[in-house]
Design a protein around this ligand. Structure first.
Ligand SMILES: Cc1ncc(COP(=O)(O)O)c(C=O)c1O
Length: 177
């Protein structure tokens, strides 16, 4: 429930009256008014709104009507370890309490430790990790690295072309799209 305040018109003799007026928005109204769904065709959303997902447990999610679904896509591959894993919730809460974020312009233990663990798991030669916030950003970074690599391997040339498959999908950003 949100509250809106209406301003009255002021004339030279009147006082401005501020009246609280209660307006109720539900999540569906807010969604239709303000959310841009990145991978949905918006036409028709009013008559066929997307599911409002409210909770998740293991490989299932529950919508606002209480219906349970098997999330075969694992939250678009972002939740491939499953929903509601207590040990992850606790570890995230502990880290958030201690240090929620610091950019890697400096360093911190969790970043260095995760990079080290990934380097152990990766094949030999892949021993340096650059953290990004999304697959799209990872692809953008790979494109920049490829260009830089070409510059260093072929000085004086400007090799910038990227070969991609027609309608291949690698993310939302301009280079990855
Ligand atoms: C092959 C591939 N590359 C990149 C991406 C982009 O990842 P993100 O949605 O995390 O930006 C996706 C996402 O579905 C993908 O399937």
């Amino acid at each position: 429930m949100l509250c809106r305040f209406e301003l009255g018109q002021a004339t030279s003799r009147e006082t401005i009256v501020i009246m609280p007026q209660t307006v109720t928005f539900n999540n569906r109204d807010l969604d239709l008014k303000h959310l841009w769904h990145g991978n949905l065709q918006h036409r028709g959303l009013e008559s066929r709104p997307p599911l409002e997902v409210t909770s998740g447990d293991g490989c299932y999610v529950v919508d606002s009507e209480g219906r349970r679904y098997l999330d075969g896509m694992a939250g678009l591959f972002c939740v491939n370890v499953g929903y509601g894993r207590r040990e992850i919730v606790d570890a995230v809460a502990a880290q958030m309490s201690q240090l929620a974020y610091y950019p890697l312009t400096q360093s911190h233990g969790p970043g260095a430790q995760l990079a080290g663990r990934l380097a152990e798991l990766l094949p030999p030669g892949l021993d340096r990790v650059f953290f990004t916030n999304s697959g799209s950003e990872a692809v953008e970074t790979a494109l920049k690295m490829a260009r830089q690599c070409a510059r260093q391997m072929h000085p004086g040339e400007n090799r910038y072309k990227i070969v991609a498959r027609h309608r291949g999908y690698h993310g939302f950003t301009m280079g990855a799209l």
